[in-house]
Structures are given as structure tokens and as C-alpha cells.
Design a protein around this ligand. Structure first.
Ligand code: PEP
Length: 255
């Protein structure tokens, strides 16, 4: 197990209307109220739910931070449908997922786009949760480490940070997302260790040692402990299981 503080982040994806999101956030706040979590916790609802979930964080003193699922790198202007860093900050968002495989696949986001998003978030003081991960054919060809290393290098090109807590990485093998097929803890450790070595090249060894690298892909209460035992796995990015407050709270409590 690493000395870095664990982080458990929930990615609600395109689920929960505004009022459903408030209820889910309240359920999570209640489920976590019996003991202060030892891990850092982040909840990433859809954009329209951010303000409502922020209200729960503020008024119910909920022990989790607010994250978005996407951002646009320009500060303002004629970019219909997009959301800026300042808009996210104005509703209390402190983390933002970028480079999720669903955005890369369905919305054709490139490494260059993700690099611009990463720089814009860091400049705004929002912590990027930078996702990476290979498809099944890449793993079958045993190219997964090189593939992920290349994604990280491209996303971090020209990026420098002063504090390791300014950035989070999430390794999410695509074949394990929402499929019920999980990577083994050893699979996750192999790639997360390679990510940390890459971070040392891109950002310096001291920073790399402190950056949290999460595993994501069908993580649930029954399997999270095995991942968290690994030296280079510092938490989880959780999709499906984050929509059930009791499951997500159980994962937080196991961290
Ligand atoms: C995700 O999409 O970030 C994710 C990890 O999803 P799931 O946990 O449902 O596999």
C-alpha cells in the first residue's frame, strides 16, 4: 500500500436529473456521516447537477469534493454548448475528469484536445483527473504499457506543476469499463507503475512520487481492496457503483 492518501472519485456519467442528483448526494452524505472518511472523496455529476450537489456539500457539510466530467479550454465566447473553467469554479468545482475513453471514442477527443484542457484546468486551479487506458486489442497485442505511456506524455506535454496534489491520473482499461470485467490488481499495478515512471520524466521524480494514480473499470465494494493494496494504485475512479450511495460509501470506507 502506498503512503499517498487514497482518493475515491465517482463518475455519474449521463445519469441523474437535477433533483435525482440532489437526492443521491444527500444519500451519500448520510451514508458517509457515521465516520469521517480517511480517503479523499470526489463526486462528478453532470454539469446541470453541479450546483445542486454543491448545495448538499455546503449545507449538509458532506465530506466530498465536487468534480465535473468535462471542460472546454477557452475562457469564454462563441463555443455553443461548452463550459469553461471559470463556470465550473463558480459552482464550487475543484476537480474535473478529462480524457475519459467515452469522450475520446464517442466525441473524438484527441490527445491535443486533452492537453489543452489539462493546461486550462491547471491554470484555473482545478485538479484534472486525467484518464488513460487501452482497448482490448491493444492489450491482446501486449502494447498496453506503451500505449498508456504515450497517452500520458501527450496529455502532459508542456505541463509543469509545483505540487503533486494539482493532478490526478486515472488508469481505466477500456475493456473493463462498465463491462463487469475487471483488470486484476497486478494488471493495474503494472500500468500504474509505468505511469508513475512516466510522470517522473514529464514532471520530475519528487512530483511523480506524490501524484495519485487511480484504477477505474468495474471497481466495486467486493474488489476495491485488492487494488488499494498495490504500491502504485492510490484509489479508484468509479462509474456504475457510484450511482448507489451505499456501494460507493462502502468503497470509500474500505479505502
Ligand atoms: C468509468 O467510466 O470511469 C468507470 C470506471 O466505469 P465503471 O466503474 O462503471 O466501469
Amino acid at each position: 500500500m502506498s503512503s499517498r492518501k487514497h482518493l475515491i472519485a465517482g463518475n455519474w456519467k449521463m445519469n441523474e436529473t437535477y433533483s435525482e442528483g440532489v437526492v443521491l448526494a444527500q444519500e451519500l452524505a448520510n451514508a458517509l456521516s457515521s465516520q469521517k472518511p480517511e480517503a479523499d472523496v470526489v463526486v462528478c455529476p453532470p454539469f446541470v447537477d453541479l450546483k445542486g450537489v454543491q448545495g448538499v456539500v455546503e449545507f449538509d457539510n458532506a465530506p466530498f469534493a465536487l468534480g465535473a466530467q468535462n471542460v472546454y479550454w477557452e475562457p469564454s465566447g462563441a463555443f455553443t454548448g461548452e463550459i469553461s473553467c471559470d463556470m465550473l469554479k463558480s459552482v464550487g468545482t475543484t476537480y474535473c475528469i478529462i480524457g475519459h475513453s467515452e469522450r475520446r471514442d464517442y466525441f473524438h477527443e484527441t490527445d491535443a484536445d486533452i492537453n489543452k484542457k489539462c493546461k486550462a484546468l491547471l491554470a484555473a486551479g482545478i485538479i484534472p483527473i486525467l484518464c488513460c487506458g487501452e482497448a482490448e486489442d491493444v492489450r491482446d497485442a501486449k502494447q498496453h504499457v506503451e500505449f498508456v505511456v504515450a497517452q500520458i506524455k501527450a496529455a502532459l506535454e508542456g505541463v509543469s506543476i509545483k505540487d503533486a496534489n494539482e493532478l490526478v491520473i486515472a488508469y481505466e482499461p477500456i475493456w473493463a469499463i462498465g463491462t463487469g470485467k475487471t483488470a486484476t490488481p497486478e494488471d493495474a499495478e503494472e500500468v500504474c507503475a509505468a505511469i508513475r515512471e512516466t510522470l517522473a520524466t514529464c514532471l520530475g521524480a519528487d512530483i511523480a512520487e506524490g501524484v495519485r494514480v487511480l484504477y477505474g473499470g468495474s471497481a466495486k465494494p467486493g474488489n476495491i481492496a485488492g487494488f488499494l493494496e498495490k504500491e502504485n494504485v492510490d484509489g479508484a475512479l468509479v462509474g456504475g457503483a457510484s450511482l448507489v450511495a451505499s456501494d460507493f460509501a462502502e468503497m470509500v470506507n474500505r479505502a
